[in-house]
Design a protein around this ligand. Structure first.
Ligand SMILES: *[C@@H]1O[C@H](CO)[C@@H](O)[C@H](O)[C@H]1NC(C)=O
Ligand SMILES: *[C@@H]1O[C@H](CO)[C@@H](O)[C@H](O)[C@H]1NC(C)=O
Ligand SMILES: *[C@@H]1O[C@H](CO)[C@@H](O)[C@H](O)[C@H]1NC(C)=O
Ligand SMILES: *[C@@H]1O[C@H](CO)[C@@H](O)[C@H](O)[C@H]1NC(C)=O
Ligand SMILES: *[C@@H]1O[C@H](CO)[C@@H](O)[C@H](O)[C@H]1NC(C)=O
Ligand SMILES: *[C@@H]1O[C@H](CO)[C@@H](O)[C@H](O)[C@H]1NC(C)=O
Ligand SMILES: *[C@@H]1O[C@H](CO)[C@@H](O)[C@H](O)[C@H]1NC(C)=O
Length: 647
């Protein structure tokens, strides 16, 4: 069979074929490949490319696959089977669709498939207005989209997923979790789609105000000191000057785009995605800050709400207030540390949790309060003087108070990492830094490699600060000094409420001190109520020991949403309902599959198992490995990619 093609401008086929053979690594020429294809070894395809209103539409057929051609005609996402090259074309690309189509690899054997024999990962992009408030502004945001589709025929419904942050990558979440979510919550009856929000990861523009990640890391190491380790005013003003410099760098790089990243605009993007899917309502699973996008969306578009689960619920009204992203997160961090990480360790006993072995200088097993005291003593010694350490990867290093506290706060997001951290703490108390050094040393920058990553880390502060720009000023806010005293008091009180989380959360909101002077009013924020009558109730899930979104926030949201929501109070550890509960999972599944909600406003669900107890003994290397996996998962929800100051 001869391939047929027509084209007017570019010889598309040879480029496609060259890329395909390059990727196949077979070293075959284009002609040889076609010959093979004709023999049916790789299947065959027909390209029928034509230029239509400046756009090339291609029709190809692959007999080994029943998926038809890519991209499908009139597919607003221009989906192609994902390969490692299918990232959206740059905004400076004059002919984005043509550039995109050159990435099409027609060989089905190169496509990323799910576990199900028929499922396929599709990669695409959607252009949306950069500024929804100004129709004469023709700039676009190009949103990267990844979809797990179960079969060539689309499922009736799509579950849209959003990991939070701000700054978390939805495409990344799809790669990691779409199969699990589809199976667990929908019996594989929903396709799963994730997008990188404007400013994030491979969506464009992608916000990064440092030339290289290593530059950001260097800044952070130079300036970051937590409250107890510093003279607070001096430390705050140093961090503050740094923040001002960062915001000014963002302005230099991105100009007015910084005011177009608010949660209200992200909610509009979500509605564009819904329309592009051709679905009447949004069905989805939104986590953490994603629940703020969800709350905003359902109240801006109350008639387009399907089955939407908001897990790890914030109360988005808090995000309208100065400092709210910080102080609203703290309620249950101390309980998670004391009752969870330390208390459950004692309960599990020394066979399951190394930190429950006798403390140095003692022969008896420690109680929970012994461990609390021991940790506080350790913090005190680190404040006095960091402990020298060493790793193979980075050579000499120190374990500082700030680093250790950050490490613990990160661990509270995910009990999967507790075995490792407890062992590392035990060793550290004995004077052995080897394990904790490997865990602290999470720097991804490899000076031996020429490729420098460019992470969208500053997106978070731009979203957080623009969302709260017009907050009423607290009565004790000293306008003269732009709130210097108020911020200093805030830091102190946040750390008093939670030594573990108060510092990181404070440093998240401190940059907002310079928002107004740098950027002024963003284009749009949502300031309406959250009690609109919805076309379908949403399902909230909030956790009793959540270190970022305490249960209280879910309850306050429920009170405002009334009959338009139901809440699962999930009694487990970690951020969002990752601490598995059959009770929680059953309700989520019934909701996604059938749209049903519990009658009661609030349902109590308990995690199935306790942390620590069910693990067999592991080597420290295995534990560190497990730790890295748990942190990679957690990082997705925190929207930070490189070694960070903020946690
Ligand atoms: C894609 O993967 C192939 C083989 O796995 C590799 O040779 C190539 O460099 C990768 N391309 C990109 C852009 O990462
Ligand atoms: C709207 O966009 C146009 C074109 O970019 C620009 O000239 C104008 O200043 C914008 N208006 C506002 C209010 O930003
Ligand atoms: C960015 O997106 C790419 C492509 O979807 C994905 O492979 C990668 O994991 C994402 N990166 C981050 C840091 O989320
Ligand atoms: C996919 O298959 C692999 C190997 O059988 C398994 O380990 C993994 O859990 C499966 N993933 C899902 C989401 O079912
Ligand atoms: C979480 O914090 C609230 C205060 O907002 C408190 O009432 C509740 O007891 C805490 N939960 C736990 C498990 O300690
Ligand atoms: C320190 O702990 C590591 C395990 O992480 C172990 O391999 C090493 O032998 C210990 N060092 C000393 C001096 O005990
Ligand atoms: C920032 O400006 C807005 C008006 O655009 C004002 O309402 C708000 O009080 C200002 N915030 C601070 C911290 O000065």
């Amino acid at each position: 069979m001869q391939p047929t093609m027509t084209y007017e401008k570019h010889a598309l086929l040879p480029e496609v074929a060259t890329q395909a053979s390059a990727r196949a690594g077979a070293g075959l020429s284009w002609k040889a490949k076609l010959a093979l294809a004709a023999l049916g070894a790789l299947g065959w395809f027909r390209l029928d490319a034509r230029l239509e209103q400046g756009r090339i539409i291609k029709h190809g057929h692959h007999h080994n696959s029943d998926w038809g051609s890519f991209p499908h005609t009139d597919d607003p996402f221009h989906f192609l089977p994902c390969t490692n090259a299918t990232v959206p074309p740059g905004l400076d690309e004059a002919h984005p669709l043509e550039a995109w189509m050159r990435l099409y690899d027609p060989n089905p054997q190169h496509w990323s498939r799910g576990n199900g024999s028929r499922s396929l990962y599709l990669c695409g992009w959607l252009d949306v207005p950069l500024d929804y408030t100004n129709t004469s502004d023709k700039r676009v945001a190009r949103l990267a989209v990844t979809k797990l589709q179960h079969a060539p025929e689309r499922s009736k419904r799509t579950m849209i997923v959003e990991p939070g942050g701000p700054g978390g990558s939805g495409t990344s979440l799809v790669w990691r979790k779409a199969e699990l979510f589809a199976q667990k919550y929908t019996d594989d009856t929903f396709d799963v789609l994730g997008w990188d929000p404007r400013g994030v990861n491979v969506s464009q523009p992608s916000i990064s105000c440092f030339p290289y990640d290593a530059d950001r890391d260097r800044w952070n190491l130079l300036t970051t000191r937590f409250h107890r380790e510093s003279e607070p005013r001096e430390a705050m003003l140093k961090a503050d000057a740094m923040n001002q410099a960062i915001l000014e760098a963002c302005k230099r790089e991105y100009g007015d785009v910084a005011g177009m990243l608010t949660t209200a605009f992200v909610a509009r993007d979500l509605d564009e995605i819904r329309k592009a899917l051709g679905e009447e309502v949004v069905n989805g699973y939104f986590i953490s800050y994603g629940t703020g996008i969800g709350q905003t969306y359902v109240n801006m578009f109350p008639h387009a709400v399907g089955r939407l689960m908001l897990d790890g619920t914030e109360y988005v009204r808090d995000q309208r207030l100065i400092g709210g992203f910080g102080w609203a997160a703290l309620d249950n961090i101390t309980a998670a540390f004391h009752d969870g990480f330390l208390g459950e360790c004692v309960d599990a006993g020394p066979d399951h949790c190394k930190l429950a072995q006798p403390l140095p200088g003692s022969t008896s097993l420690p109680t929970k309060s012994d461990l609390i005291k021991a940790m506080d003593g350790l913090f005190g010694r680190l404040v006095e003087r960091p402990i020298p350490a060493h790793t193979e990867e980075s050579g000499p290093m120190i374990i500082s108070y700030t680093q250790l506290v950050s490490l613990i706060y990160g661990a509270l997001y995910n009990p999967l990492g507790w075995d490792a951290l407890a062992a590392a703490m035990h060793d550290l108390l004995q004077g052995n830094t080897s394990m904790v050094a490997r865990m602290v040393d999470s720097w991804e920058y490899n000076p031996a490699l020429p490729v420098a990553k460019h992470s969208s880390d500053e997106l978070g502060m731009l979203v957080i600060c623009s969302d709260q720009y017009d907050s009423p000023l607290p009565p004790d806010y000293d306008v003269e000094t732009n709130g210097e005293g108020w911020y200093l008091d805030l830091w102190k009180s946040m750390v008093e409420q939670s030594e573990i989380g108060g510092n990181g959360r404070f440093l998240d909101v401190l940059p907002c001190r310079h928002w107004n002077a740098t950027f002024g009013a963003p284009k749009e924020v949502y300031r309406g109520d959250l009690d609109h009558d919805l076309s379908h109730p949403v399902l909230l899930i909030a956790e009793a020991y959540d270190p970022a979104t305490p249960l209280r926030n879910g309850r306050r949201l429920l009170r405002e949403m009334g009959k338009n929501a139901r809440l699962i109070a999930h009694h487990g550890y970690g951020h969002s309902s990752r601490d598995t509960s059959t009770c929680t999972d059953t309700i989520m599944r019934e909701y996604m599959l059938h749209g049903t909600v519990p009658e009661e406003q609030e349902t109590q669900c308990k995690a199935d198992a306790k942390p620590y107890r069910y693990t067999e003994a592991k080597s420290s290397a295995q534990l560190v490995e497990e730790w890295k996996i748990s942190m990679a998962e957690t990082q997705m929800l925190r929207g930070k990619t490189s070694r960070r100051r903020r946690v």
